[in-house]
Design a binder for this molecule. Structure first.
Ligand code: TRH
Length: 368
């Protein structure tokens, strides 16, 4: 059995742990690999996967050997290691690098990069980068939206499970019951997950003026505290439901059950894509405004086969949600977007369908 080692340092939030864990699980369960995940903070992983204990130095969950990565790391015999993956450019432990360099057959070394829809990703995918000192070469592995990139994480049976869930009202009713949500039947259900600078209050005030009833589902996040400060009349008018931080398994079902999803970062963006419902992305802010270019590249891809008016509405609202436009415009954008949901739903369905025909990231990674 081939041995894979995945190294992950948690910078902040959930994204680093979420992507590394998803990839590890998929490689172990769908590709028959022996996978060790080295992660320096188990707390976010335990929140995403309740079977993970946050205080164990080693444990096996869902077929993955999870190790709490604390330096100095025990040296492992590298003889059987086929591939070493450094998630998001994390620095591998020095003894590992030395052992890899000394090995008769050094393992393949991949640097799993952040997701971006920008076109340069295609030219950089799989580019080699020699180590400055050791006789080792790492390759950049870029996730992405086209077949010239490493693709997107997607479990083998995900689409089938989603279709089953979305066409099964009883399963959805049971899910809502389990979460303690009793949403009015005619309400538009919107899940909201974003960073603290999202203009939540402004957008909710706008939706309160809509003719349709909006029901907001807010899993534990910085939005929770903001929503708690909203006036009581608004909370009732909109039917706001606070949820705990869900397991990844349940979070997928939340996205599948809602009519639209607001997501952030990387991994929840991909999960919302697979939900095939309209999505609004709150991008992780970067220095020098690099995230604006990244957001625009994503919007261009998301809306590439769409009519001009829908493009205008979707882009304007995405920028409003990312706090890139003044408040009065945000109000109009929020209402326009809400009224345009049926069209946006078709747009997202078509794109998700198209993306699901491409090879998934774990399979691409195994193949190269
Ligand atoms: O948590 P994030 O903001 O992570 C970010 C991004 O990955 C960003 O690119 C990176 O640079 C930064 O971390 C360090 O957003 P992301 O990537 O969507 O990860 C959230 C994960 O949490 C995702 O797997 C979905 C999951 N989730 C749940 O399982 N339950 C929940 O209730 C919620 C709200 C999310």
């Amino acid at each position: 059995m081939k041995q894979y080692e995945i190294f992950c340092t948690v910078i902040d939030n959930y994204g680093d742990a979420a992507v590394s864990w998803r990839l590890a699980r998929q490689l172990a369960n769908e590709h028959g690999l022996s996978v060790r995940l080295w992660i320096d903070d188990l707390t976010p992983l335990a929140a995403l996967e309740p079977d993970v204990a946050h205080n164990l130095s080693a444990q096996n969950v869902a077929g993955v050997d999870i190790h709490h990565w604390r330096e100095p790391i025990d040296p492992y015999p590298l003889g059987d290691v086929d591939t070493v993956i450094a998630a998001f450019g994390c620095r591998l432990p020095e003894p590992w690098l030395n052992a890899m360099a000394a090995s008769q057959r050094p393992p393949r070394w991949l640097n799993l990069e952040y997701l971006s829809a920008e076109t340069w990703v295609e030219t950089c995918h799989l580019l080699p980068s020699p180590h400055p000192r050791l006789p080792l070469t790492q390759r950049f592995f870029f996730p992405g939206f086209t077949t010239q990139t490493g693709g997107l994480l997607r479990e083998q049976h995900l689409i089938q499970e989603r279709d089953q869930f979305q066409s099964d009202p009883a399963a959805q009713a049971e899910f809502w019951r389990r979460l303690g949500v009793n949403a009015p039947a005619d309400a538009i259900k919107i899940s909201l997950f974003a960073y603290a600078h999202a203009p939540l209050s402004d957008i909710l005030h706008a939706w309160a003026q809509a003719t349709q009833l909006v029901c907001c589902l807010i899993p534990q996040s910085p939005l929770t505290a903001i929503a708690n400060t909203l006036p009581a009349w608004l909370q009732q008018k909109l039917s706001i439901h606070h949820l705990p931080f869900l397991s990844q398994h349940d979070y997928d079902r939340l996205l599948w059950a809602c009519d639209a999803n607001f997501i952030r970062g990387e991994d929840s963006l991909v999960r919302a894509l697979w939900a095939a419902r309209p999505l609004v992305w709150h991008i992780y802010p970067q220095e020098m405004d690099a995230h604006t270019t990244k957001l625009n590249a994503f919007l261009d891809r998301q809306l590439q086969y769409t009519d001009t008016e829908t493009v205008r509405i979707a882009k304007t609202f995405a920028k409003a949600w990312n706090a890139m436009t003044p408040t009065p415009e945000q109000h109009i954008a929020a209402l326009d977007w809400l009224h345009h949901l049926p069209t946006l739903s078709h747009v997202q369905q078509r794109w998700s369908q198209m993306l699901a025909t491409q090879t998934d990231l774990a399979s691409n990674l195994e193949r190269h």
